[in-house]
Design a binder for this molecule. Sequence first.
Ligand code: GLU
Length: 610
Amino acid sequence: MRRTLTALVTSTVIAALGIVGPPAADATKPPHHPPPTPSRTPTATGHGGAVSSVDPDATAIGLEVLRRGGNAVDAAVATAAALGVTEPYSAGIGGGGYLVHYDAATGRVHTIDGRETAPAGIRPDAFIDPATGEPYPFTPELVTSGVSVGVPGTAATWQTALDRWGSLSLAQALRPAARLAEKGFVVDDTFALQTRENAERFRTFTSSSDLFLADGVPAAGSRFRNPDLARTYRKLGAKGIGWLYRGRLGAEVAHTVQQPPLSGATDLPVPPGSMTVQDLATYEALVQAPTSTGYRGYDVYGMAPSSSGGTTVGEALNILEQTDPAGTVPTLHHYLEASALAFADRGRYVGDPAFEDVPVDALLDDTFAKERACALDPDAAAAKPVPAGDVAAYDGVCADPAAPGEEAADTEGLSTTHLTTADRWGNVVAYTLTIEQTGGSGMVVPGRGFLLNNELTDFSAVYDPADPNRIEPGKRPRSSMSPTIVLRHGRPVLAVGSPGGSTIITTVLQVLVNRLDLGLSLPDAVAAPRASQRNTVDVTAEQAFIDAYGAALAPYGHPFAVAGPPGSSAAEIGAVAAIELGRHGRLTAVAEPTRRGGGAAGVVRPRLGP
Ligand code: GLU
């Protein structure tokens, strides 16, 4: 999100952080002078801690937490809460996400699965319109509903992360974001555009039109305040997350899902959901082991299922490892082909491991990758979709080519947000969070200032008992979110993630290939034009990628399709936020230079001079 920072916002951050009070020695002292506000500079180099996100206010809040003695987890929660203010259509306590943490004290990587769950009362035909017997059209009809809302996991993720690895209380971590919500932020073109694009959905609900359309679509340059969210953050901090999962706020969430606050202003069908307070009471954010993949001397850690991010990025890397590093164009060909093969297996095998026997070990096995790489012709693109491999019987030996696979439907949104933090002690966080579509379900919980997600539409739209991602009560829908931390010799060297629905996986993979294989600097690896092969006939690509590589890749036979209309947000693939950790504590925080209006990278102690 692009926004002009003002002195008011800066003072908001400072005032709020004056009372953050983390336990480090310098945390109790008021700052002598205003902390430097990160500009929209996409790259920042220095020491002492770093934050990268899509938003300058959020990055400023995260950096100030670090400056005042907080660690990477404290900064991640504070930054995420701020994104709930400035990017309310992408993230917030009405949604879920996945957090990967490198713990410098133990040298271990842990993850938190804060994915939303389906309520106990959901039925296999939840997405079928009883009036027609046909599935609801996906958008705006299905996504704008109670039936699409999963039990939110973000507040539980924050509390779990702070309990395990943080030094701030939840109240302290939420305080700067509460102040930001109260004082407001300056609306930019992206926020105005996203509001306009969602106007019909927001008008459908009294609560949402009151919050986002009170005076029409907020104009770029105006100030947007959300006092309801400020109160919600303060109360959540004071009462704890039990207020959401076992208390009054939870009852209001369930009520909103079951009886959406319809305004009568539109004809959208808004099928209600079945979520109850019991569904909220049984929700748990899960601390779980990461996926781990060795890649050309690096160890790549990611999210295990219920996200497909870790297994798909990891399998693609393992397949790539079967190829020799080559020049840019052959490497891009290998990247596209390895991605298609990994996506075939993602579709066939990955779902919520609490419900499905997900063959994570096989998917990340080098022998399996060797066999999958048999289908990677170094000179020609395979016909797509390629079939899935057989995780039950593989020996690394090439067999006769199998029959083509089937192209999978893909309705994942292109919203979401990602942030990366690192602190002076060497802890690192990569955290991706979402409410699914831009604007989620379109429903604001009345008087509480936040949108509910539509994450359940990440289940397969058509129910198939053999599909690992079919709708089931209590289940987490399969995600593509891919927060990733890369280690070398046990030390973190790179942390990266992105929004973008299923293109998240290819965006993270392409940045890794650009950096680790092609040797681009991290800023160049992030800025480079993107293409995404998700086992579809056409390769989705940014126009700039086609301009740069279309002719050179033509002999391989890759058919390209432009990602979206020029100038639209769909024309861009992903929005990366990353940090590289160099020798002697040197940090390079990197955000997008132009995509989504450009992100904000900052370090605690910027390096002086060139
Ligand atoms: N719901 C998607 C997922 O979990 C993310 C949506 C997006 O990136 O916009 O993978």
